[in-house]
Design a binder for this molecule. Structure first.
Ligand SMILES: [Zn+2]
Length: 177
């Protein structure tokens, strides 16, 4: 009997076994308000509005946390770090990302992360390199393994009207067990 890899015995199956890859997606939105810092990908960005949330409301980092947890089949960020827990009030979201990485690091290595921030303003291009550096350092990966893109929503909808910023992320994990 042959298995999916064309191997004809358990021994050759083990020999030819490919590394298991798993992908996960993350999506998050936070409301833009006055008198809050704007933090994206662990970088503080000068702007008259900031994101509202229990933590520092770093929407990009939250989407990446959810993508990693999703790829590992470990639920979502709200289950691990409830927004009702005072321990997480105002917390730097890179601390949460570091904890998420610790949760998966025994079983998986991060192959790559891709992400998109959707914000009407401010222009994010000048900050993207720094975001990639901070996220890569937190995840203990190379800057070449993490991509951050920024786009607007062409003035349309709640993002276009500058009521909120959203982020999406996708992560590929490789099993290391
Ligand atoms: Zn969030």
């Amino acid at each position: 009997m042959r298995d999916a890899y064309g191997a004809s015995s358990l021994t050759s199956y083990v020999t030819y076994r490919q590394p298991v890859m798993r992908v996960g997606i993350g999506y998050d939105v936070h409301r833009l308000v006055g008198a809050r810092k704007l933090i994206l990908g662990g970088v503080e960005i000068p702007h008259e509005l900031g994101l509202l949330g229990h933590s520092d409301a770093d929407v990009l980092t939250h989407a990446i946390c959810d993508a990693i947890l999703g790829a590992a089949g470990l639920g979502d960020i709200g289950q691990h770090f409830p927004d009702t827990d005072p321990a997480y009030a105002g917390i730097d979201s890179l601390v949460l990302l570091d904890r998420v990485q610790a949760l998966i690091s025994a079983d998986y290595a991060i192959q790559n992360v891709d992400s998109t921030v959707v914000a009407q303003r401010p222009k994010l291009a000048p900050y993207i390199s720094r975001m990639r550096q901070r996220l890569a350092a937190t995840l203990d990966i190379s800057i070449h393994q993490i991509n951050v893109k920024a786009t607007t929503s062409e003035g349309l909808g709640f993002i276009g009207k500058e009521k909120a910023i959203a982020a999406q992320a996708i992560v590929c994990l490789v099993e290391t067990r």
